[in-house]
Write a protein that binds this ligand. Structure first.
Ligand code: ATP
Length: 269
């Protein structure tokens, strides 16, 4: 979707990472500074009831990724049967998180905040940011949630209370094993994924500034592409795609290597 249209004025960004790395805080700040719309997927899942109830033992809402996205055989089977029995189509529509998001993201301009990063089609997003956090810092943040019983932020992970010790351990381990980063790289590819360290307020401020710079380059690139395409149409022999790709990777590289600040922006292999 994001790659389809040169008329798109703003990109769609996916911000992912282990619970507690700071996705929501980062997304709220960049939304405020850039005018992008912040969409927290957990809130959508709750509001639209795209979940299948609660796992009592783990105190989590259950989201079956296979059932929320259309890129799978199961979905195709449901559609097939729905076409044969049209009344089921309404039901299928209702349970599809991807259908809902696809409609919402159509015009661009969203920053989508979720740890479910392998769920969505790569073409929806122009950039995928994976926030990372030092494991001891993350442990402290999650521990604080347990102590303050911070329910609001964790409705999806922990339905109605703060973090249990086992949940803290699970998440810290996932961060150490870079589960979300690996999933993002597998799903979206090295060229679209950027990994940003987010342990401190200083990190956050630098990350936001780098994102703002990336966005303004992206918009410039879009305008140039439209201009290039117009020229190509006039002369009927351009090399626009190659030119476009060069600009895209320059922009991403700049974000990955801001003044060689490797502490802040870890290179993705
Ligand atoms: N760069 C940062 N420096 C210091 N504290 C931060 C930073 N980013 C976020 N925090 C704090 O860490 C806590 C978790 O942040 P946040 O809720 O944004 O994480 P999250 O990744 O969105 O979590 P979840 O996936 O569970 O919604 C909050 O108390 C927030 O204020």
């Amino acid at each position: 979707m994001a790659e389809e249209s040169n008329k798109q004025k703003l990109p769609n960004i996916l911000v992912s990472g282990t619970p507690g790395v700071g996705k929501t805080t980062f997304c709220e700040s960049i939304a405020e500074q850039t005018g992008l719309k912040h969409m927290r997927v957990n809130d959508v899942i709750l509001e639209k009831k795209f979940h299948e109830g609660k796992d009592e033992e783990r105190d989590c809402l259950i989201v079956d990724e296979d059932k929320v996205c259309k890129q799978n055989f199961q979905y195709l089977c449901i559609v097939f049967f729905s076409l044969m029995f049209p009344i089921h189509l309404l039901f299928v529509k209702q349970i599809q998180l991807c259908d809902y998001l696809e409609d919402e993201l159509q015009g661009g301009g969203y920053v989508v905040d979720t740890h479910l990063c392998g769920t969505f089609p790569p073409e929806w997003f122009d950039l995928v940011i994976v926030l990372r956090c030092d494991n001891t810092v993350l442990y402290d943040r999650l521990q604080q949630r347990e102590e303050t019983n911070d329910t609001n932020k964790n409705l999806f992970i922990c339905a109605d209370r703060g973090y249990s010790q086992s949940k803290i351990g699970e998440n810290v381990e996932a961060e150490i094993m870079q589960v979300v980063l690996d999933e993002a790289l597998e799903e979206y590819g090295n060229g679209k994924v950027i990994e940003l360290q987010n342990d401190t307020i200083e990190h956050m401020e630098k990350n936001i500034q780098k994102f703002v710079d990336w966005l303004s380059n992206w918009q410039k690139h879009q305008n140039d592409s439209i201009f290039d395409n117009e020229n190509d149409n006039e002369h009927e022999n351009g090399n626009t795609n190659e030119h476009k790709d060069d600009k895209h990777s320059d922009n991403l590289n700049e974000m990955q290597h801001p003044d060689k600040d490797v502490e802040m922006f870890v290179e993705v292999d």
